[in-house]
Structures are given as C-alpha cells and as structure tokens.
Design a protein around this ligand. Structure first.
Ligand code: SAM
Length: 322
C-alpha cells in the first residue's frame, strides 16, 4: 500500500470507531456564543490548533474545507457562513464522509441556527479539488497536509492556490518539527498518517508556501504539541513537535520576496520624533510597528543603533507594514 492508502485506511477506521486524541488535538475547540458542538464531534476532533479565525470570516465567504474528519471545523465555519453551500467539505474516505454527514445532522438538532445544507460534503481529495479555478474565498485544512510527502504537499498547495479567488486565504494548522525528522520515522506510514512523522521544519513549511506563490503569510499561533521520546521512537535525543496555525494570502509576490508576519515589531528609539526609512515605513519614536520578518531584518541592518526589533510572538492578526 502507498502511504496515502494507509492514511485512508487509518481514517476509515477512525470514522467507524471514534478514537479520542487519535492524532493531534492539544487545544480545546473554539467555543462560540450559541454554538453547541455535539459530543461525537469532540470525540472525532482529529485536528491540531484551529483554522477558524473570526477575523477572516467577514462578508459571508465561501469556504472549501479539505479533510472533513468528524465535521467539527466545518460546523464552526458554517457558524459564520450561515448559507446553503457556504462550506464545501472534501474527503476521499467514504466512511469519514458518512460520519461527518451524520454528525452534522446531530448538530442541526442541537443548534437552531444550523441547517445541514450549510455544509456540502463532496468526495474528492486534496490533489484534485472538485471546484473550479478561483471560486472560493477560503481554503482550510487542519492536520492533513503534514501527512503528505514533499512532492504531494506541493501538489496539494498548488491545487489550493488554483481554487482560491485572488486575495483569498489558505488557512492551515499542522504539526511542524523542531529539527528534521529522521528517515526511519518519516517512512513509517502509520506514524505519518497519525500526523507524527511527516512534519517539516518551520523554514521548510514556509518555503513550500512561498514557492507556490503566496505573497503574504501570517502566523496565528505556534505551540508545543508532542514530544517524540527516545525509547518509543528510537531517537538519540527527544524531538519536539509544535503545531503551527497560519494564514497564507493569494496576493502578488512582492519583488523582494514574501511578507511573513510572525509578530515582530520595530520600535524607533532615536533622537527625532519620527524615522522615515524612505521605503514606505514611518516609525514614531517609542511606538511599536508590526513588521514582517523581511522588513524587520532590513531595519536591523540599516538602523542597528536606533531601531529595536522585538522577537516573534508567533501571533499576528493584522496591522503594521510589510
Ligand atoms: C487528521 S484528520 C483531520 C480531520 C479534521 N480536519 C479535524 O480537524 O478533525 C485528516 C482528514 O483528512 C482526510 N484525508 C485523508 N487523505 C486525504 C486526502 N488525500 N485528501 C483530502 N482529505 C484526506 C481523512 O479522511 C480525515 O478526514
């Protein structure tokens, strides 16, 4: 079997017999006023972090959700979209589609605002999404793309880029590795399917997104999620995995490279009230300005005495300058 077939088998089993904490899950699901998440969806929460950020969900967007799982995030997105077909959820595993359909029916009994026709569940996979070019505002995936080998990840990202409208957003939550995962673990198909051994490092992950053409990437959260210990995983030293929540924008690539926001700020501390770098950035003395990592590096080089660059907070949700 290929690792993709192993993955489909793992999730067919996980659809038929919910397995609490099967793969990621280190954060409680997003709670919202008037939203009741059915118990079965909690049990089938196979994601890490969250892809549902209210700030992205203005103006009734159309959401394409890849890898529906038990439907928990499809329901959360529907909370914001609230229109028939507002969320399209794609999954190649028939057992998972059946489970999600049934779980969404339970959700409709527990939430008066929700109608199951707000979510359209379609057969399909991340490499061939069943929607036209430039047709959705948001593509989201939680804890799926990390399973893909690099060439497949590239295919899945190209496909996500294809279906996004200009300006659209790819919202992802995935494990990343704090150092490259050794080959003997990467090649273990079951561990890979369980989101434990396919993770890329942060730099590799971001490079994949930039390589596809996403001109702006924002990190919403980065936190520890699993430790691969030496005994269970046959390692010389423990290996920490983190989960990374990100939003990548389908906007033109700036000439000097992508803007990646990780929560850094630039603070001018010189003698004048303002610093104008003549490249579109105006710093007021003492006032932090959110900047992307590229601009932070330029400031650090250009004004080593007068501009302080604060560390990445790994939480950025708007404002500032690229
Ligand atoms: C780790 S689970 C995550 C489920 C869901 N996103 C969540 O947060 O609970 C991975 C999901 O992706 C689906 N899947 C597996 N292979 C896929 C593929 N090639 N394309 C799209 N979805 C796939 C699985 O059936 C499963 O529903």
């Amino acid at each position: 079997m290929s690792y993709l077939e192993t993955t489909a088998q793992v999730y067919a089993e996980a659809a038929e017999t919910p397995q609490v904490g099967l793969c990621c899950v280190s954060t409680p699901p997003l709670q919202l006023p008037g939203l009741m998440i059915p118990e079965i969806m909690h049990q089938m929460n196979y994601g890490c972090g969250s892809t549902v950020h209210s700030a992205e969900l203005f103006g009734e967007p159309t959401v394409l959700y890849i890898g529906v799982g038990g439907g928990i995030e499809a329901l959360q997105f529907a909370y914001f979209c609230r229109q028939p077909g507002g969320v399209i959820a794609v999954d190649p595993v028939p057992e998972m589609r059946k489970a999600a359909t049934s779980n969404l029916e339970v959700a409709a009994q527990e939430n008066d605002w929700f109608n199951p026709n707000f979510v359209t569940i379609l057969a399909g996979d991340a490499f061939e999404l069943p929607v036209p070019d430039a047709s959705v505002n948001i593509v989201a995936q939680n804890c799926l793309f990390n399973i893909f080998e690099p060439e497949d990840l590239k295919r899945a990202l190209i496909e996500a880029y294809r279906v996004l409208k200009p300006g659209g957003r790819l919202i992802m939550s995935d494990p990343i590795a704090t150092r490259p995962i050794p080959l003997h673990l990467q090649e273990d198909e079951r561990l890979r399917a369980l989101c434990l051994s396919g993770a890329l490092t942060y730099d590799e992950y971001i490079q994949h997104l930039v390589g596809i053409g996403f001109g702006q990437i924002e990190i919403r959260a980065r936190r520890p999620y699993r430790l691969l210990d030496t005994q269970s995983y046959n390692l010389d030293k423990p290996l920490l995995l983190e989960s990374l929540d990100s939003v990548s924008f389908k906007v033109p690539m700036p000439e000097d490279g992508a803007c990646v926001f990780t929560g850094k700020t630039a603070i001018y501390s010189g003698a004048d009230p303002l610093l104008d770098d003549r490249a579109g950035h105006l710093l007021q003395r003492g006032i932090p300005l959110a900047v992307c990592d590229k601009t932070a590096a330029k400031f650090a080089l250009q004004f080593p005495q007068d501009v302080i660059i604060t560390d990445s907070t790994w939480h950025y949700d708007g404002g500032g300058c690229c």
